[in-house]
Design a protein around this ligand. Sequence first.
Ligand code: ADP
Ligand code: MG
Length: 684
Amino acid sequence: MNYPVNESVRIIPGVGEVAQSALERLGITSMKDLLNWFPRAYLDASRPQPIRSLPYGQLAAVHGTVDQVETRRSRSRGVPMLEAVVRDEAGSVMRLRWFNQSFLKQKLKPGTKWIFIGVANRFQGETQMLSPLIEEVPRILSVYGQTKGVTSKMMRGYLDWALRRVDLAESLPPALVERNGLLSKAEAWHGIHQPMKMADVQSARHRLAFEEVFWFFIRMALGREERQQEGGIVISAPLDVLREAVAGLPFELTAGQKRAIWDSVQDMRSGRPMTRLLNGDVGSGKTVVAAVLAAVVAKAGHQSVLLVPTEILAKQHAQSIDALLSRLGCRVAIWTAAQKDGLEGADIIIGTQAVLQEAFSLPRLAFVVIDEQHRFGVRQRQVLRRQSTQAPHILSMTATPIPRTLALALYGDLQVSFLRDKPKDRLPVMTYLVRPGQKAVVHQRIVTEQAAGHQVFIICPLIEEKERKEAGGASAEPALFEILDEVEQGNRERKTVLREVERLRKEHPEYGVIEPIHGKMKAEEKRAVMDRMAKGEVQVLVATSVIEVGVDVPGATVMVIEGAERFGLAQLHQFRGRVGRSSYQSYCFLCPTLMAPAISGRLQVLVDHGSGFEVAEADLALRGPGELGGSIQSGLPDFRMASLTDLSFLQEVKEKAEAALSEHFEFFKNHPEATYSKNTGGLE
Ligand code: ADP
Ligand code: MG
């Protein structure tokens, strides 16, 4: 008797309380969640590589015979260490090391043959692997994202059990599967987790990609259907109000801004709730679009909420929106965990998640703006929806622009406004790739810019050990991850914010006031530093990724990004967007801690492209089809199998989904996969 897919993972032999809660952290509670936890990578141990030409820094499998093996204590930490020398068929040797695993000595007898899977590197003139996996038979090994308490190996075990004991029922209409020549769900799950050959992975992916895209469009279509029925609050402010709000701005709106405002005003008068995506580059001026709309809403007698991801941003937006709108008699309030000011009678409430957490009702709420929307979950958006009896109008503002063709393929023309043009007086930020050891150019530029009274941002990747572990912790096999860690710790000095501040103060007193800002500081401390930066009292701000989103310091013209290879392109583009917010020429220096062709190739994209739309396109292309993991771009569905670059595939599945929906409306309407609560990139 097989178990149903919604059975708890708890029944798997070996899944105790610890493993269960670890799985839960990964979002895995049911068998279905487990089966949908796809491998991040595969190790094809059936194809050995010669030791002589192992690619350093990459995973590889070596078939080797043990020459010698011995235990000793590691010099640096005094940990018991097992060391083996192995030889491949060609006679080349490499050295293998394991920490705290002396028991392996039983297994690795001289003369025995094994498959060693690990990341090769060069150490004291020799090829070595740290903590490689040891396999007996050549096969394809699935590597899973993992967490403390559940290793990739355990995951393989659980999945093996589930694949044999769970009823792998078909989830799409069988006719659809057949007509499109897809694998069955059971075949796809087997193929993705336990492929016999790499081609199995391809066809499994195709089926799974088809399915996820199919349900995405079913949800979109059902959501659209539902919105048609739902009543929206009619915002009936006279158009004079709009004219007045726009006329009083300190600058001329760009064509894109005008269009976005106008289209939104139309939406809000239509009697249907608006769900619009404002898709614009950093610095394209999204805030003012939201502000003008909020003013119109206020004049019609309703409230607006602007949700932002951080307290710093809430404060900043409250100030800038107040400056824009107070002359119109609009009352701006702030609502964060630390601060609640002026809520009584407020027209526009600027807040963080705190607004959502307190089950407070805002009876006049009619308009919700979600800034840098990727930081908010769908569930939180639904909470807001429930704040009022009628669905409020929603404007989602992206942090990363989405290429037009893709946005249209996913969402259709009606729901997206593009801000393609930057405010008039902006110069493109000059971007440079700085090789390690060539930092003199950066220093030169800092000095010149400071002489002109401008300020500098320096971004450092991570602040302390713990955060570092979490950031990379889910990346590979535990052993393999430790290796990467060891290598990095030994070879490369990591810059943390505090260390960097200390160093700069000592080595460059001429830089003036140098201050840190990072995630571990209290909200008030962060705010105080940002205030001083905005006022020009701080000359150099050294930050972790906290300043990533939205912060506006027009006087800053230099952005230095240390450890640039650690950030995604979209994120780097965000950082770069922190400068170039005035009419001065600005500069961005990408400083990777190490150079490799893959790294410089990726970073070169930013050097070559100033527009976020182009960066986003290149980013998608670089990630390629079916790349596992990878960060979720804002406003985009987090497809795990489908490639967002394959527009014709998206188009094809969209048509099929819409046809299927009109044919079998009742079937899909009540299908559990069709709940609108996930994976529509926030536009459900
Ligand atoms: P983002 O789209 O990244 O959120 P902001 O809304 O923070 O951009 O705007 C960036 C800066 O550009 C702000 O200082 C804002 O006042 C200014 N700005 C916005 N629109 C215009 C415009 N049409 N002309 C000149 N400056 C503008
Ligand atoms: Mg912004």
